[in-house]
Write a protein that binds this ligand. Structure first.
Ligand SMILES: CC(C)(COP(=O)(O)OP(=O)(O)OC[C@H]1O[C@@H](n2cnc3c(N)ncnc32)[C@H](O)[C@@H]1OP(=O)(O)O)[C@@H](O)C(=O)NCCC(=O)NCCS
Length: 160
């Protein structure tokens, strides 16, 4: 792959799907998956989507709107889907959704969502331009606008 390419890329090209089986070592005393474990998997899924989009390494700059909506129990599955939904100049936002699956019943619930900002770094360790996001559908446009609004609000609060 040409890692210098700034050719626009679709969100689907960066999509990453991960599945984890929740084991006792992943859980709290209630038998629910630890929030910190889910955060680690979310960071990995988002970092992978960012790397796929840029064709080179990116670092986590911020995590926004992380929510835990439902527990996932020991013995259930955590399905993570990450993809780039917004690009700026040297940064991008990857959205990660986590769903819990009860394999006994087939029941699947949305359990977490988060928007993570990544900055692409060059060989000199400095921020480097990211390939623009190719927006193809109304849903992708809406996702991009939402991520942009979250980013702007967060930068305003941080005084950046
Ligand atoms: C992320 C990092 C490279 C940004 O460096 P910086 O000198 O602030 O870079 P800049 O001011 O040029 O900003 C670069 C881009 O990142 C965005 N950015 C920087 N800090 C941000 C933050 N806290 N939240 C959201 N966006 C941020 C800027 O808006 C800019 O976006 P744009 O180019 O798309 O407009 C630097 O802070 C860093 O190395 N952080 C540690 C990263 C790391 O180690 N992560 C692993 C987890 S600890």
């Amino acid at each position: 792959m040409n890692t210098n390419s700034l050719k626009p890329k679709a969100s689907a090209e960066s999509q990453i799907d991960m599945t984890e089986l929740i084991l006792p070592n992943d859980a709290n005393v209630l038998g629910n998956v630890l929030g910190g474990r889910v955060m680690h998997w979310i960071d990995l899924a988002a970092a992978t989507a960012a790397h796929k989009h840029c064709g080179s390494v990116c670092v986590t700059a911020a995590v926004e709107r992380l929510s835990f909506l439902n527990p996932i129990r020991v013995g259930q599955l955590a399905h993570l889907k990450g993809r780039v939904v917004y690009t700026g100049n040297t940064s991008l936002i990857a959205k990660v959704e986590v769903k819990g699956e009860d394999m006994d019943t087939g029941d699947i619930k949305l359990t977490s969502e988060a928007y993570l900002t990544f900055v692409r770094l060059g060989a000199d360790g400095k921020p480097r331009k990211v390939p623009p996001l190719l927006i193809q559908t109304d849903d992708e446009k809406a996702e991009c606008e939402k991520a942009k609004a979250i980013r702007n609000k967060s930068l305003e609060i941080k005084g950046k």
